[in-house]
Design a binder for this molecule. Structure first.
Ligand code: AMP
Ligand code: MG
Length: 427
């Protein structure tokens, strides 16, 4: 006999009501499952390198939509500034007859103005007009060692004064037939800034973007800085908040010509590859600033780079610098003051030491994947919903610049990570 028919009618009504209520609660729970806070992770190709995004949202659809906007924004920026394909605004400037004006739209014109401004601020160590030298050393091809005449011609065509920019009207002229703008040292940083703006416009409060090794974070992140000679290994962990981290250094693969390794970071003042000491990392609120300064600090070297980093801070350009300098078969870690308490050298208890120079002997280096288990992931409360890799735009080959930084989210309740992540105040 069914249970209901054995019960008095009032109890039966109560049972039916209870069953209805349980059903409603279950349905509501199922419905709500569709709107559970979600973390979308995507890996694709952009700007000739790999783009990894982790975007948190109130639900999977929202996180996906935000991530898609960020990806599209990066693709838009690539089209806007690439000099690897013909027809874009910068390519038109680079191929215009000397003295002939090219009219740039407000975004590109302002961007160029900003980027050119850094040439003077870094005393020429960063120079966006380095393309003649990039060509002389064939850095976009197989590489070559230029003869003296070629090098001096390229050097003569390099420099801020080889271009006339009118930021008010966007009229831009190159003044010599060999002059050219190269976006390699700043383009990815700008693309990250634009993508971060898009994500913020969508209301995203936690995200991490990794574009070819440069990382930008909304919210906290723990970033692993690679061993300059063996990039799959981590030399240092850095805790950041709402910042971008860029590292410049020569890849272990690099370009080799007749047995000689050619660095892709050129000193525009000599026209030659800058001496290779290890790597320069910059943390800054803006991606384009971090990108530019890591290139400049590598060219300047640790001593002058650290000096400039401090001068720029005093002038109101927030930045922190970290140099990994080859020393006795290991790495010396030299950091600007604001970074010293934010560093962790695997196996070295750097937090307890917090000195300016942390000796990093050839380690017990810690592999990020293996250390993952010991650090709770801040966003693990979100459902992981991976996207199949997509190919958004082919881009150019940057095989001389493999992934430099491996990243993880900041540990949430990690005892070692009790210090707040580094937040640089914005201008
Ligand atoms: P990054 O890896 O961001 O330091 O940028 C390196 C790329 O920027 C190189 O592959 C060149 O295309 C370009 N480049 C090299 N040296 C310089 C320099 N001193 N200033 C500006 N761009 C440079
Ligand atoms: Mg750079």
């Amino acid at each position: 006999m069914p249970l209901e028919s054995r019960l008095p009618s009032s109890a039966s009504r109560l049972l039916r009501l209870s069953l209805c209520l349980i059903g409603a609660v279950l349905a509501l729970a199922a419905d709500r499952a569709g709107t559970t806070p979600a973390l979308v992770e995507r890996h694709l190709e952009a700007m000739g390198t790999l783009l990894g995004l982790s975007v948190a949202g109130p639900d999977r659809a929202a996180a996906l939509e935000s991530s898609e906007k960020a990806v599209r924004e990066i693709a838009r920026v690539e089209t806007l500034i690439t000099t690897w394909r013909p027809g874009g605004p910068l390519d038109r400037v680079n191929t215009a007859p000397p003295g002939g004006a090219v009219l740039l739209d407000a975004e590109v014109s302002e961007l160029l103005n900003t980027v050119f401004g850094w040439s003077e601020r870094t005393e020429g160590a960063f120079d966006p007009t380095v393309l003649p030298l990039v060509r002389a050393w064939d850095l976009r091809g197989q590489g070559c060692v230029p003869d003296v005449a070629t090098l001096s011609r390229a050097l003569a065509a390099t420099g801020r004064d080889r271009f006339a920019l009118d930021a008010a009207t966007g009229r831009t002229r190159r003044l010599s037939s060999d002059a050219g703008i190269d976006e390699g040292a700043w383009g990815k940083g700008y693309a990250l800034d634009r993508a971060v703006s898009e994500l913020k416009r969508c209301g995203v409060r936690e995200a991490l973007l990794d574009l070819g090794g440069q990382v930008s974070a909304i919210g906290p992140a723990r970033v692993a800085i690679a061993d300059p000679r063996e990039r799959r290994r981590t030399a240092v962990f850095l805790d950041i908040l709402d910042s971008s981290v860029s590292t410049s250094g020569n890849s272990e693969r690099g370009i080799v010509v007749a047995g000689r390794r050619i660095g892709h970071l050129l000193d525009p003042r000599t026209g030659r590859p800058a001496p290779d000491f290890g790597s320069a990392t910059v943390v800054a609120p803006s991606g384009v600033t971090a990108d530019i300064l890591s290139t400049a600090f590598f060219v300047l070297g640790p001593e002058k780079g650290l000096d400039l980093s401090e001068r720029l801070r005093r002038q109101g350009f927030p930045n922190e610098a970290l140099f990994l300098v080859a020393s006795d078969g290991g790495w010396k870690t030299i950091a600007s003051p604001g970074l010293r308490s934010r560093l962790e050298c695997p196996g070295l208890q750097a937090r307890e030491q917090s000195p300016l120079v942390i000796p990093s002997p050839s380690l017990p280096f810690c592999h990020p994947e293996r250390s993952e288990g010991s650090a709770p992931v801040a966003l693990s409360r979100f459902v992981r919903s991976g996207q199949a890799p997509q190919r958004i735009c082919p881009g150019h080959d940057l095989s001389n610049r493999p992934e430099q930084i491996l990243r993880r989210f900041a540990p949430q309740n990690d005892k070692k990570g009790s210090a707040a992540p580094l937040r640089l105040s914005k201008r």
